[in-house]
Structures are given as C-alpha cells and as structure tokens.
Design a protein around this ligand. Structure first.
Ligand code: CS2
Length: 457
C-alpha cells in the first residue's frame, strides 16, 4: 500500500504526520523539487504550517523529467523525511508539497500558479547547471530556452497585467552570490523580450541570496525497501538526511513570507560570510574528498574522511587555505565550523556517495576552489591542498578513470586530448581557459599540478 492522505492512519504511531489542513493556498512555486529541497526548504515550510501559518503550500516544478511527479503525486505530495545519525533514525511525514507539475506537460498550470495572487515566492534548486550559464558566466540563451526562464517570463507578464504585488525570487543553489547571479541572468534574459515581464521583474521582484546547508545523499532502492518494512507503507518520495540543517537568507523579500526564522532559519542583512564559508569550506572539502577519494579507492564520504591522507588534506584546505580568505561575520567561528564539518562528513549512517558529489564539477570548482586560489595568489600564498584536489579533478575529467557526469564532459575531454598533460592546466584555467574564473595559474601553481598529475597517473 502506498503512502497518501488516505493511508496516513496506517502509519506506526511514532511517525509524526502533518497535523494541519493541507487544503490551502499555494504560496510558493519551487523549481527543482529534488531530494535536497524536500529535506531542506520544504521541511522549514512544513514546520511553519505545523504551527498554524496558512497559505504556504508548495507547488513543485520539475524541469527535466516526470520522475518526482510520479513519486509524489500519487502520494498527494506526502513523503517521509528520515534523519540518520549515530543515535539512530527518526521519521516524519511532511505535508508542505501540494503537487508536482512537469514543465513541457503542465505549462499552463505552472504559469497559473506563479501568476496567482496567492503566490508570493518562487524558489529554485535547479543545481548549478540549471541557471544555463555559458562558461564565461553569462546567460546561454539557447540553453535558457529549455530552463525555467520562459515559464517565469510568461507568468510575470500576467502578474504585471493584473497589477499584482511583487514576487520574491529565491535561489537556493550553491552559487556564490546566488541571488545576484539570478538577478543578472534574468536581466540578460529579459533584455529585448516581453516588456511587461521585464518591467514587473525590474520594478517589483527581489532576488535575495541565501545559503542552504543539509547533506542529502541520493535515495537508494535499498533505503526505500527498508523504510517500507518499518512503516508498512510504500513511499517512493522519501528522503534521507542528517539531523543538521542550516538556512541563512538575505532579508530582501518583495512581499509576504513564511516565518521560516521562527523555525530555525536565519534572516540576515548580509549572507555573504555564511555563503562563502559554506562554499569554500564545506563544498570545497566535499569536492576534494570526491575526486581524491575516488582515486584512492573509496566509495563514500565517511570512508574518505577516515583516510588519514585525505583528512589532512581536507583540514589544510579548510583551515589553512579557505578560512583565511573569509571575512567571518559576527559570531562566526571558522575553526569550530571546520570541526563540525569533519564530524558531519564522518557520519557513517548517511552513506553519501563520492560519485554524487563528483557530478558537474565544471559548474562547481570556480566557487568552491578557484575563488580561494585567486585570493591566495594575490597574497603570495600557496594552496597545496586545493591544487591537489584540482589535479584529481583534471584526471577525473580526462574521462578514462570512470564515467564523467558533467554537462561539459565532451569539451573537457577534447581539451585534454588537444593539450596533453603538459598544456592541460593552461587549457583549462589560463586566460583563454575552458573554465572562466578569477584565477589564472602562475608558473609555480602550474608546476605543482603537473607534478601531481604525473604522480597520480
Ligand atoms: C555536495 C552538496 O553534491 C555536492 O556537490 O557538495 O550537495 C552538499 O552536500 C550540500 O551543499 C550540503 O549542504
């Protein structure tokens, strides 16, 4: 029997369920309802609904496939959130997601949800590549035609005509200055397009930046089978995560919002110190563990962090290389942060796969590693841990070690073939490099990576 509104009372008593009326207005449309959002933003929103706020049901939009719609719609949007720690598991059914719509199939409904006066927030976890940027960071219009841009444009045009209040467009992806990036890309998209939508966007919409953090490994068939045994109901949409969760949002809302801050989120004037620390320390360490860890024969994050060689590298990356580039905000203790990250990585119950983190590196390395490298180079400091990570990434994208899951896999491999080991650093990161960033390797950095490439090959 499948989890749904009808079958909720078959659940064991220990499983918490939504205690609110779910038949209420959709206040949030969310692009990219993957496991991360279900374990993060939707969890905060569920807590708001649980304490009696109204009008914040979420309509999820899938851009690429109907998979999540098939998981959640037959379950009336309900799914289980399982928190895993050394102490065991806790389970709760979340109810904030009302429906899942699929781009290409449900376009009219998606536009109607965003254009409704009930909607106040459009949020995004479309992953780094979902913003459809060209390698130089500007909007790739051809890619953007396939993304969220056209749907949003149509909906904003309707809102302008109806003279509706502004929308908050809230990016929750791991990009540095994610709100500013979204604003810049949308500005490029709107140039020369429907002027109603463009006016509405420019005059009424805000794009706060936000830092999101919760480790959410991809759900496996085994996870679902075990959960079914414990719960007595089949849940195709369950998500499995850690107990930790953090959300820091810039206080720049266009209109109403849920009281997420009463449920553990932090609303601040400036997100940058949190976002920078998270990207450079947590995500930077993650990517190092992924590429170096796979090369050292590990499968999961907890195994990689238990490898003394990798633990030393991660510690050096976080404490010696990344932390000194971050201007800590009030109350932020970067040393304690590094300790807490290592403890989170060591959680053996999460079984977080390194190859999940290794995906889409071309979209990740700039904000995770290259910004740090650029700052350190300006200061005359070397960064051996990050450069070691970068050399493992280069070997990964050469394409002969394992499958490379990356939108630029073909281009990366072609660069390798043209440039060979002697020219590859320049070909990837030089002034005409494939990966545009603030960092251009100097002679010493190039020599360091080339030596690592030879040693690890
Ligand atoms: C990871 C992130 O897959 C990845 O690239 O580094 O998804 C990471 O688990 C989250 O950002 C943690 O908040």
């Amino acid at each position: 029997m499948r989890l749904s509104q009808q079958t909720l009372d078959h659940l064991p008593g220990a499983v918490a369920c939504p205690n609110y009326d779910r038949d209420q207005a959709i206040g949030i449309v969310h692009f990219g309802l993957g496991a991360f959002t279900r374990a993060h933003q939707a969890w905060y929103t569920d807590r708001c609904l649980d304490v009696g706020e109204r009008g914040w049901m979420v309509s999820g939009v899938s851009l690429r496939s109907a998979g999540v719609a098939h998981q959640l719609n037959p379950q009336d949007g309900l799914y289980t959130l399982v928190e895993r720690s050394a102490e065991g598991e806790t389970r709760q059914v979340l109810g904030a997601v009302g429906e899942v719509l699929v781009a290409g199939t449900d376009d009219d409904a998606i536009i109607a949800r965003i254009a409704s006066p009930d909607c106040h927030i459009v949020s995004f976890t479309v992953t780094e590549k979902g913003y459809c940027r060209a390698p130089d960071g500007t909007l790739d219009r051809a890619l953007a035609e396939q993304g969220f841009y056209p749907l949003l444009e149509k909906a904003l045009a309707v809102r302008q005509t109806a003279d509706l209040p502004g929308l908050t467009l809230l990016s929750c992806d791991n990009l540095s200055g994610n709100g500013k990036v979204l604003r810049a890309l949308l500005t490029q998209w709107f140039a020369g397009r429907d002027s109603r939508a463009a006016d509405y966007f420019t005059n009424r919409c805000t794009t706060p930046s936000s830092m999101v953090d919760r480790i959410v490994p991809a759900t496996t068939d085994e996870d679902l089978a075990k959960l079914e045994q414990t719960m007595g109901l089949r849940d195709e949409g369950a998500v499995f995560t850690e107990a930790f969760s953090q959300w820091v949002i810039e206080d720049e809302f266009a209109d109403a919002r849920p009281q997420w801050d009463a449920q553990g989120a932090t609303i601040v004037a400036d997100v940058e110190p949190y976002e920078t620390a998270k990207l450079r320390m947590l995500n930077g360490a993650h990517s190092l563990l992924a590429y170096a860890g796979l090369d050292r024969g590990h499968e999961f994050v907890h195994q990689a962090i238990a490898d003394p060689v990798l633990l030393d590298l991660v510690s050096a990356l976080m404490r010696d290389e990344a932390a000194p580039t971050i201007q800590a905000g009030a109350g932020q203790d970067l040393d304690a942060y590094a300790d807490s990250l290592i403890a989170r990585f060591a959680n053996p119950t999460l079984r977080h796969r390194l190859d999940q983190i290794a995906m889409d590196g071309s979209q990740k390395v700039a904000q995770r590693w290259l910004d740090t490298l650029a700052i350190r180079q300006e200061r005359g400091k070397d960064s051996p841990a990050i450069l070691t990570g970068l050399s493992h990434w280069l070997l990964h994208v050469r394409g002969d070690r394992r499958r490379v899951d990356d939108p630029m896999a073909g281009a990366l491999q072609a660069r390798w073939q043209e440039a060979g080991a002697r020219g590859v650093v320049q070909a990837m990161f030089g002034s005409d490099g494939l990966i545009a960033s603030r960092w251009t390797p100097d002679a010493a950095e190039r020599a360091f990576i080339e030596a690592r490439l030879r040693a690890d090959d």
